[in-house]
Design a protein around this ligand. Structure first.
Ligand code: HMG
Ligand code: MG
Length: 295
């Protein structure tokens, strides 16, 4: 089994999209640059969504344009539609992420359409991004339950993940958007998806709302997943997912992976320092366990 794990850092997007106070673009840029310096290989930088829906990301073009990119690091940006793709490309994006959910009810709240319509909307985005040579990733939210619909059938997660993969997404990130899942469910869901999408094209994305994220990740690592989304200082959550809290904290994830002998390329001290730095900017303690350890 491969002993390298790729961490996809989503704090600057999934984290900061949910902050009540507006974070200035220079702070976002410094956060992303610090994360790159700490060795994160993929850092989701921002999202080109409607500023009417998510005002926190209204500065997407400024963030992307102002970023000093570290060679070898991927900087995906979230795009909801063709307009978002055009704006992202105009701002210099070379890696984009599309997103939908395995729940019609959640999609209606988050992107104002159901699953079927979202896939119709996404298809030309993927086609154009691929034609332009951009790297592509796709998210499936509510993979272990929905704040509006309740239980989500594994078959729906498989169907949506397979559709995104078939359209051309190189990686499908399975999101437990409001942190409902537990390890046995996470394992079963992942196994089912892996029958339709090869494991090397799957990532897992856990929010830690109920404290299950690391346990779920451990179960998924045992199944063979080697790409894991995380958010520095445990920032975040989707503003349209009632009850969502932050993602698993990247610091705590790196600590777990080190303990398992899995390589991440991340400098844990620099990461913890970055988590404390951004938490300080936001006026609170880090939500990561490691960030609160007193030495
Ligand atoms: P809509 O209202 O149905 O669409 O929104 P619309 O086309 O009528 O657009 C509404 C307004 O936004 C219009 O402006 C458009 O021009 C503008 P107006 O004419 O009224 O002045 N607009 C845009 N502006 C900038 N960039 C764009 C764009 N598109 C339209 N790309 C839409 C549909 C999808 C646009 C909207 O619902 C939206 O932006 N939703 C995004 C919500 C979001 O960002 N949620 C968080 C990310 S998902 C997440 O966090 C989950 C994840 O982490 C995984 C997990 O945890 O599960 C990924
Ligand atoms: Mg998320």
């Amino acid at each position: 089994m491969d002993n390298k794990v790729r961490i996809v850092e989503v704090g600057a997007r999934d984290g900061l999209q949910n902050e009540a106070a507006r974070v200035p673009a220079p702070v976002k840029i410094e956060l992303i640059e610090r994360l790159a310096a700490a060795g994160l290989p993929v850092i989701e930088a921002t999202s080109f969504v409607s500023p009417k829906w998510v005002p926190q990301m209204a500065d997407a073009a400024d963030v992307l344009a102002g970023l000093r990119r570290k060679p070898g690091v991927g900087y995906p940006v979230l795009v909801p539609n063709q307009r978002g793709l055009e704006q992202a490309r105009g701002a210099g994006a070379d890696f984009v992420a599309v997103f939908t959910a395995a729940s019609d009810a959640f999609n209606r709240k988050n992107i104002n359409c159901d699953i079927a319509a979202s896939l119709v909307r996404i298809r030309p985005v993927i086609e154009q991004a691929k034609a332009a040579g951009l790297a592509m990733r796709g998210y499936v939210s509510c993979a272990l339950g929905c704040p509006y619909q309740g239980a989500v059938a594994v078959a729906d997660v498989v169907r949506v993940a397979a559709a995104l993969a078939q359209m051309g997404c190189e990686e499908i990130s399975l999101g437990d958007t409001i942190g409902l899942g537990t390890p046995i469910q996470a394992r079963a869901m992942l196994r089912a998806v892996a029958e339709a999408v090869p494991m090397q094209h799957i990532a897992v994305h856990f929010h830690d709302t109920r404290g299950q994220a690391l346990a779920n990740i451990y179960a998924c690592l045992e199944e063979g997943v080697r790409s894991v989304d995380a958010s520095v200082a445990g920032l975040g959550g989707c503003p349209y997912a009632r009850g969502a809290s932050g993602n698993v904290a990247t610091e705590d994830l790196v600590y777990l992976l080190q303990g398992l002998g899995l390589e991440t390329g991340v400098d844990l001290d620099a990461l913890v320092e970055t988590g404390r730095w951004i938490s300080n900017k936001l006026g609170r303690e880090p939500a990561s366990k490691l960030g609160r350890v007193k030495v």
